[in-house]
Write a protein that binds this ligand. Structure first.
Ligand SMILES: C[S@@+](CC[C@H](N)C(=O)[O-])C[C@H]1O[C@@H](n2cnc3c(N)ncnc32)[C@H](O)[C@@H]1O
Length: 337
């Protein structure tokens, strides 16, 4: 993946970018950077917390401007992989749990055309208020319901076609995490969970994946199967990368002048729908050598294998040069290669 995904004018991604840029209008850059630094320090502290981390407008503006473009791109990548595995299906409604300022609602809107009932649930009222403000810029999300609720054992969910849980599990106690995944599995036709692409994030995804399978769902992505993950715990972690354009705020906080950064994420998409998982998935950045491409694949028979595609493979070699970390392999029929 060499450049951020193209952003066509009028698309949800472009509208979100514009709405986020407007947030910082009039806010002195130093003040915005300080709010981000405060937030980063809070997130480095102990989580879960007894009360919301996002307490006020400054916190949520900092979160939205600094983190939301990245969580949006990570969730969009996961939803795109999920959509590829359930071709022709479009969610009739969407419930986003721990949705904060609404990144996953925007990502679903960028994945499936049209308008659907959307509910974003979170306990941080300032996050919901800002989410509503941002969504006003996008007609497909203008009627979104912003529901103030605490995720925990007492949470009950109405049936939903699609439930998303992005970058939330880390903020919950073990008991609340279990309650959330079980509630989502009971209420949803399809569940998509996204976590940071770290060993701990992957471990939380695997724990959730096991619970979703036990509840009768099948894995649609990234895995080509619903059997156990072949990674030996502690030796590696399955994660992917989404390219995100850096805003001026990012450059100010992180220094340097790079126009983009790579958001690493782990995810699982599971469903009760008939599913067509990829025959294999590229699980590391492809290594392009002279006349050959090395692909690390996770395959249907639960094996992790390296395959070498050489010039002698003709069209397949050209496809291998174009493929990406996280893509299905071989490219689905109908995609040129
Ligand atoms: C890191 S943010 C992720 C927000 C959004 N899903 C995204 O991907 O950008 C975590 C969110 O989970 C919410 N959250 C954490 N614990 C919660 C709880 N017990 N009940 C409800 N929301 C919670 C926080 O308020 C926050 O909005």
């Amino acid at each position: 993946m060499n450049a951020p995904a193209p952003v066509s004018p009028g698309s949800p991604a472009a509208t979100l970018r514009g709405a986020l840029a407007g947030l910082l209008d009039g806010l002195p850059p130093r003040q915005a950077a300080q709010a981000v630094e405060r937030l980063i320090a809070t997130y480095r502290g102990a989580t879960p917390t007894a009360a919301p981390i996002l307490r006020d407008r400054a916190d949520v503006v900092a979160y939205a401007a600094y983190r939301m473009p990245a969580t949006f791109e990570a969730v969009r990548s996961a939803l795109t992989a999920f959509a590829d595995a359930v071709p022709g299906w479009t969610p009739g409604d969407h419930l986003d749990l721990g949705g904060g300022t609404g990144a996953a609602a925007w990502a679903a809107s960028a994945t499936w055309d049209g308008k659907r009932p959307v509910t974003v649930l979170d306990w941080a009222e300032p996050a919901l208020a800002l989410g509503r403000e941002l969504a006003a810029a996008h007609p497909a999300l203008a009627d979104t319901r912003w529901q103030g609720s605490r995720i925990g054992a007492a949470l009950t969910l109405e049936p939903a076609d699609l439930v998303t849980v992005s970058y939330v599990l880390n903020e919950l106690t073990g008991a609340d995490r279990t309650a959330l995944v079980d509630a989502a599995a009971g209420a949803a036709r399809s569940v998509v969970i996204v976590e940071p692409g770290t060993p701990d994030g992957y471990a939380r995804v695997i724990e959730a994946r096991d619970r979703l399978i036990r509840a009768g769902l099948r894995v649609a992505a990234p895995c080509p199967h619903s059997a156990a993950c072949p990674i030996v715990p502690g030796t590696d972690w399955c994660h992917f990368s989404a390219r995100v354009s850096r805003s001026s705020l990012h450059r100010q906080v992180k220094g340097g002048s790079l126009a983009y950064e790579d958001e690493k994420f782990s995810y699982v998409a599971a469903t009760r729908l008939p599913v067509h998982p990829a025959p294999a998935r590229v699980v590391r950045k492809p290594q392009i050598r002279k006349g050959q491409v090395l692909l690390d694949l996770c395959e249907t028979d639960q094996a992790l294998r390296r395959t070498t595609v050489t010039k002698r493979h003709g069209d397949l070699y050209r496809a291998a040069r174009d493929t990406d970390w996280g893509a299905p392999w071989p490219p689905p029929a109908g995609e040129a290669y």
